[in-house]
Design a protein around this ligand. Structure first.
Ligand code: LAN
Length: 729
């Protein structure tokens, strides 16, 4: 049943509710955890005034002063940080939206709906605002991510979501979106994860979905099909999905869902042949088609699925294991879970398994807010519970390079930042780590917060590098001991792959043929871990930084690891001199890491074929305005694609790459720096440009803090090399 709050809102003439008053929102931080709060009364607002950082994130005027215009790169960096320091949070990090994917809010709202959990009125209104703002103006639909073309995945799910949130079927935005959905063939052609959510909501039939057999979890660990050998995100999404699927749990049919069943399809619901929809994926959605072998296996498993649950003891046994694994995941991460997709699925499982009054259910509801982010366009759901540590580590290193960290004026900012990095290091291994297939984590740094608690190879390395850089700065305290740095090193040394590279969360555990069983249709390279130039370089540089602090500790292993990583980096270079980047856009991002790796062993433009080709590739992409601008299309198509405009973030990466490689001519580098300086606003800030990040080749994600950290870093690096001289801007 629709909770009452969903239907009661002041409606404007076209049926759009009026949204909330942005001046009443506040961000609270607690050891990295970020939650937004709406203050209902004026009195509360007075007691808890809106901070500059709140205003900034909400797009309200910050009234930060105009600064004397920067003549030199370091002045420009200082102006940048002079602005940026005002939005540092009380616990020492920098918040920011981490949106982009358009399939996160639907999962969340569908589970709110199924479980009858009330959504607070301000949240409901702001979710509506966000989704309406993100609908494409041409056709009213949504894509897989904010910049992508309308797809069935995005449009069917967000349409259903807005309907749950209270928009009627005749609202102009709904009419427009529905027309687009129907043009794309209707919701029958949703990719697997879309089929899953619609089935859970009761507006799609489970027979229309390919099986998600939970039995795989009971297989012996050495068999590749055991999900313990898959990429951690993939296995942890298929875990709760397997539970819901095995029980074919759908929300009870109501007038509302009955109506949705009619709205989402191009033919009457009862006339749809569901069995035939299993492999029906709309053309715009399809990025990674099933292999033949996947289709055959799915077909076989559908016969097995005909055994009723009550007779199927194997399935019942698998359910026990599923629940056990979900429990470990929830408890180990304080109900944050590894990401927003399995977070809300686990919440749904907990609802069905333990009920609404259970401790587990309540804890899940509490931690939902950690994923929500408020902005001028409304409320979005972040791709993780934030990017706290990751952003903190970059700005720390940037400030050291740009001579801001040892500036007395910024001592307080730097101490807080170091305290945050100190606090966020993971202090333990997950309890039962072997039982739940977890990587060692004592000493690692996570991507977001310590509570989330997942080791990431490059986050560990960047965290360690940042800690060392800050602690070597005069006037800053020593918070992280050498023993704790050794712990971080221990973690990194467990993570090298057979190809000598480093992957994201774990080593590659499964064979590459597992990719042939990728069921997701919209993502690529998700079944196992892979080595990445970015992660590999970060670890290499982390080990190198540590080796200077503690030259004895595990020295031989560190040296051996470092020299073999270089082989991996060289192997990954393409014939045109480029490297493909997997976690941000794209070739400019990867170049930074790869050229840094080469530089660390003294390979530069003048003496290394690899470095020379890497630089030449970048130079061939420089724009006439001196900047670099790369489109997210590079990630999808794996071919360098120019953006319509140069981007400060791409430019910073390209400039830093050329500086790493000691490219001998100053001119192209200086022009890049001038471009970054030109784009700075009079109060020191840089404005948001195109989306920066990516995952799984096909989905983009925002890293708004990059426009500060990498610009400042590049300016500092340039000044170190060519001196801090006045440049014409
Ligand atoms: C991230 C974000 C950070 C990113 C880097 C540290 C930048 C990278 O170098 C290693 C991989 C990692 C940790 C990463 C992996 C995949 C994540 C968690 C994400 C891109 C953020 C969101 C994404 C996650 C998978 C989104 C949920 C969607 C699913 C397909 C489950």
């Amino acid at each position: 049943p629709l909770p009452e709050s969903y239907t009661s809102a002041t409606l404007n003439l076209d049926g759009t509710p009026s949204f909330t008053d942005l001046s009443r929102w506040r961000l609270r931080v607690d050891q990295g955890a970020q939650t937004w709060h709406y203050l209902e009364s004026d009195e509360e607002c007075q007691r808890w005034p809106q901070a500059t950082s709140d205003k900034y994130h909400l797009g309200l005027p910050t009234d930060l002063p105009e600064l004397p215009s920067a003549k030199t790169p370091l002045e420009c960096a200082r102006n940048g940080f002079e602005f940026y320091r005002h939005i540092q949070t009380d616990d020492g990090h920098w918040g920011g939206e981490y949106g982009g994917p358009m399939f996160l809010i639907p999962g969340l709202v569908i589970v709110y709906y199924i479980t009858g959990t009330p959504i607070s009125e301000p949240m409901r209104l702001e979710l509506i605002r966000y989704l309406l703002n993100r609908a494409h103006s041409e056709d009213g639909g949504w894509g897989i991510h904010i910049e992508g073309v309308s797809t069935v995945f995005g449009t069917a799910l967000n349409y259903a979501t807005l309907r749950i949130l209270g928009l009627g079927p005749d609202h102009p935005a709904m009419v427009k979106a529905r027309t687009t959905l129907h043009k794309l063939g209707g919701a029958t052609g949703a990719p697997a994860w879309g089929k899953f959510w619609l089935s859970a909501l009761g507006v799609y039939e489970w027979e229309g979905m390919n099986p998600v057999p939970p039995e795989l979890w009971t297989l012996p660990k050495w068999l590749p099909l055991n999900p313990g050998n898959w990429w951690v995100h993939t296995r942890l999404v298929y875990l709760p999905m397997g539970y819901i699927y095995a029980h074919r749990k759908s929300a009870p049919l109501t007038d509302f869902t009955e109506s949705l069943r009619q709205e989402l399809y191009t033919q009457p619901y009862d006339t749809i042949n569901w069995e035939q929809q299993r492999n029906n994926v709309a053309e715009v959605d399809l990025y990674t088609p099933h292999t033949k072998i996947m289709d055959v296996l799915n077909k076989i498993v559908t016969y097995y699925e005909k055994i009723p649950f009550n007779w199927n003891w194997f399935r019942q046994y698998s359910m026990k294991e599923t629940i056990e694994q979900i429990k470990m995941e929830d408890e180990n991460s304080f109900f944050l879970d590894i990401g927003p997709v399995n977070k809300v699925m686990n919440w749904l499982v907990v609802y069905y398994h333990y009920g609404k009054d259970s401790r587990e259910f309540k804890l899940h509801v509490e931690r939902n807010m950690d994923f929500m982010w408020m902005g001028p366009e409304g409320m979005m759901m972040n791709g993780t519970n934030g990017s706290q540590l990751w952003d903190a580590a970059f700005i720390a290193q940037a400030c050291v390079e740009a001579k801001l960290a040892d500036n007395d004026q910024y001592r307080e900012n730097m101490i807080k930042l170091l305290e945050f990095i100190d606090l966020t290091q993971i202090k333990r291994d997950a309890p039962n780590m072997d039982r739940c297939y977890r990587q060692q984590s004592k000493g690692a740094w996570p991507f977001s917060t310590r509570d989330q608690g997942y080791t990431v190879s490059d986050c560990t390395a960047e965290g360690l590098k940042a800690a060392i850089a800050l602690q070597q700065t005069k006037g800053l305290p020593q918070l992280i001991s050498v023993e704790r740095m050794q712990d971080a090193t221990d973690v990194m040394l467990t993570m090298q792959n057979a190809d000598y590279g480093f992957a994201s969360y774990e080593t590659i555990r499964g064979p590459s043929w597992l990719e042939k069983l990728n069921p997701a249709e919209v993502f690529n390279n998700i079944m196992t871990e892979y080595s990445y130039p970015e992660c590999s370089t970060a670890v290499l540089m982390g080990l190198a930084a540590f080796r200077k602090v503690d030259p004895q500790y595990r020295r031989e292993e560190i040296d051996r690891t470092a020299s073999t990583v270089l082989q991996y980096i060289k192997n990954q270079q393409r014939p045109d001199g480029s490297w493909y980047g997997s976690w941000a856009v794209c070739f400019t991002y990867a170049a930074l890491f790869a050229l840094q790796s080469l530089a660390s062993i003294g390979e530069f433009y003048d003496n290394s074929e690899h470095a020379r080709k890497g630089c030449d590739f970048l130079l061939s992409k420089q724009e006439v305005d001196g900047g670099w601008g790369e489109s997210y299309k590079s990630c999808e198509d794996r071919i360098y694609t120019h953006n319509s405009q140069s981007q400060v973030v791409n430019t910073a990466w390209a400039v830093m790459s050329l500086l790493e490689a000691k490219y001998p001519e100053e001119e192209p580098i200086r022009r890049g720096i001038q471009f970054i300086m030109q784009r700075q606003q009079s109060n020191g800030e840089w404005l948001q440009e195109s989306i920066e990040g990516v995952f799984n080749k096909n989905c983009m994600i925002s890293y708004p803090n990059y426009k500060f950290s990498f610009t400042i870093w590049a300016l500092g690096k340039y000044a170190q090399t060519f001196g801090d001289k006045a440049l014409v801007v």
